[in-house]
Design a protein around this ligand. Structure first.
Ligand code: G1P
Length: 288
């Protein structure tokens, strides 16, 4: 008999958290006055790509952990009546459609991170915006594309099958680059070719210390349990609270899955990756 209980709607993830308080120092001088999340790939800022990916995965609340220097992000998702009046009735009107659509369909909420104490601290700062429910995290520096479902949508589908678990997106990177990432160790889940039960994880290991070359990229689905764990996670040697360390606590309880996604990730957190993304997008638009 078909069950009346629809698991998928019961554990639907509604909220996506964006840790966007960082200074973006790798992109100075432009990031002195412009948030790095507002840097555009073609005409669209990184944060908007992130919001659109969250929407594609069914999320409608965008929770921004921000800072007093990042007002431009808030402005981007609010109406700008002077511009709208000036382009009304012209072909340019359509250029604002996507961002206006996101603003109409979603609730945007903001909280300021007062101190830069690491990604774990940023996520913990977002707790009042999330409450007691599972949520996604997007690091907009990691710009992701795919031919089919977006990466976050792929992860949300996996979460439905493992509602007790946190899910991290991973990809293989050259061993020489593992020290830029959180790196996981684990075994493929029974019958799966792309989902691992994580047994261990380490933040930015040297190539010698790294258990694998499976690197975490900026997409997470987290259960609200993570907040209690983060509260008790100690600062690392640089004084930062790492999400990787908090997830390690849950991995020991068998509650973390790593998902090798289908798609491409551009590391727009550095100039080289940013240029690669720009070129790829320009090519796909037939601009070069
Ligand atoms: C953060 C995380 C790291 C992860 C990376 C993905 O590092 O701490 O585990 O692999 O994001 O982009 P960051 O790039 O903020 O130094």
């Amino acid at each position: 008999m078909k069950s009346m209980f629809n698991l998928e709607s019961f554990i639907k993830i509604n909220k996506c958290l964006f840790p966007v308080a960082g200074y973006g120092t790798r992109f100075l001088p432009v990031t002195k006055a412009i948030p790095k999340e507002m840097l555009p790939i073609l005409t669209k800022p990184l944060i908007q790509y992130g919001v659109e990916e969250a929407m594609s995965a069914g999320m409608t609340t965008m929770a921004m952990v921000t800072s007093k220097y990042k007002q431009a992000i808030k402005n981007h998702f609010e109406p700008h009546t002077d511009i709208e009046t000036s382009i009304k009735g012209t072909a340019k009107e359509a250029l604002l459609d996507e961002v206006n659509y996101a603003s109409e369909q979603c609730d945007f909420s903001y909280i300021e991170q007062q101190e830069m104490l690491g990604l774990g601290h940023a996520i913990y700062t977002g707790k009042p915006l999330i409450g007691d429910e599972p949520f996604a995290v997007i690091l907009p520096d990691d710009l992701c594309t795919s031919n089919g479902d977006s990466i976050l949508k792929q992860m949300a589908a996996l979460y439905v099958q493992h509602p007790d678990c946190c899910i991290v997106a991973i990809e293989e990177v050259p061993m020489t680059e593992v020290d830029k990432y959180g790196v996981i160790d684990g075994k493929l889940l029974k019958g799966s070719t792309n989902a691992y039960q994580v047994s261990s994880m380490v933040e930015k290991p040297s190539p010698e210390e790294a258990p694998t070359n499976l690197a975490i990229i900026g997409r997470y689905i987290l259960t609200p349990q993570i907040f209690n764990v983060l509260e008790n996670t100690k600062q690392d040697k640089n004084g930062e609270i790492q999400i990787t360390d908090a997830l390690m606590t849950l991995a020991k309880q068998g509650k973390v899955i790593a998902y090798k996604f289908e798609g491409i990730r551009y590391d727009c957190g550095n100039v080289k990756g940013f240029v690669e993304a720009t070129n790829a997008f320009a090519k796909s638009e037939g601009l070069i």
